[in-house]
Design a protein around this ligand. Structure first.
Ligand code: SAM
Length: 261
């Protein structure tokens, strides 16, 4: 297990306002490390940064060696003169975590207006693409096209909020994509919140990376048939989630990591 990175995930990262929870953070960790160990290079991109919880996770895992492109509208919050506060708060979190942000690799704007070259010119082809921006069908369709057009052969797309009843159009968009591109792309892992997709030729590699990952041993791995592919669904029982939440609320963040061993 990665003791230091787990400490980061369960302590420091939880102080950043945002959405990626420890199970998915451990999946990101396991996949980015499997790629590194397999000599699979490429840039990392994220649409939908918010205050940087998943961005800083990826930054911490890969260090300064790999380039991470962050795309967001950065129009949230409002200061006394009506200027959005999101970008400054995002930078402040990085400073607090001791993680640098390469501001040349930040795109402030609507992802649906981007071309693939806006990404590849900055970071080359992508090996890991996190899609967590606009949650309507038009965004999912556009962001997915951007991801597939920039993806390395061995690249992964991580879709957030798949199967979340609050965002039904994400579910539709991801299902449409997987059905339309079923000869090329396939899901290999699902969690409560995210679905992880790669090209068919790499399915077995990533499926095994998930099955064998020491940091994911705490979860029950349930083989789930999804549009013709065996997908590792990581089951995180309600009891464990409750114990974890209780510990966090009781100020026992440091110990909460043990719940996921
Ligand atoms: C759910 S949050 C992302 C959470 C983040 N990944 C985390 O780990 O906390 C969604 C983000 O997507 C951004 N967003 C929404 N629509 C967008 C668009 N069309 N283009 C770029 N970013 C967008 C919002 O500004 C917001 O910061």
């Amino acid at each position: 297990m990665n003791a230091l990175l787990r400490k980061f995930i369960f302590n420091d990262l939880q102080t950043v306002e945002g959405y990626i929870d420890p199970p998915d953070a451990l999946v990101f960790l396991s996949l980015l490390q499997a790629q590194k160990n397999g000599g699979m290079g490429g840039g990392i991109a994220e649409i939908g940064v918010f205050y940087g919880r998943s961005y800083y996770l990826m930054k911490k895992i890969v260090g300064d060696a790999d380039r991470i492109l962050a795309i967001d509208l950065f129009d949230l919050g409002e200061d006394s003169i009506g200027k959005p506060t999101q970008y400054q708060r995002f930078l402040d979190y990085g400073r607090r975590l001791g993680l640098s942000v390469d501001e040349d690799l930040i795109i402030k704007g609507d992802s649906t207006g981007l071309r693939p070259s806006d990404i590849t010119d900055r970071i080359g082809r992508t090996r890991f693409f996190s899609i967590d921006g606009g949650h309507m069908l038009e965004h999912v369709v556009s962001d997915t096209a951007l991801a597939t057009d920039t993806l390395e052969e061995h690249g992964i797309i991580a879709f957030d909020d798949t199967f979340n009843p609050a965002w039904p159009e994400v579910t539709v968009g991801v299902a449409d994509f997987l059905r339309e591109r079923k000869d090329t792309f396939t899901a290999f892992c699902m969690t409560k919140y995210k679905t992880y997709v790669c090209r068919r030729e790499y399915h077995d590699f990533y499926y095994r990376a998930i099955s064998d990952a020491p940091d994911l041993a705490a979860f029950r791995h349930v083989d789930t048939q999804f549009l013709g592919s065996k997908t590792a669904r990581l089951h995180n029982p309600m009891g464990r989630r409750m114990v974890y939440e209780l510990m966090v609320h009781a100020g026992m963040r440091g110990l909460s990591e043990r719940v996921y061993r």
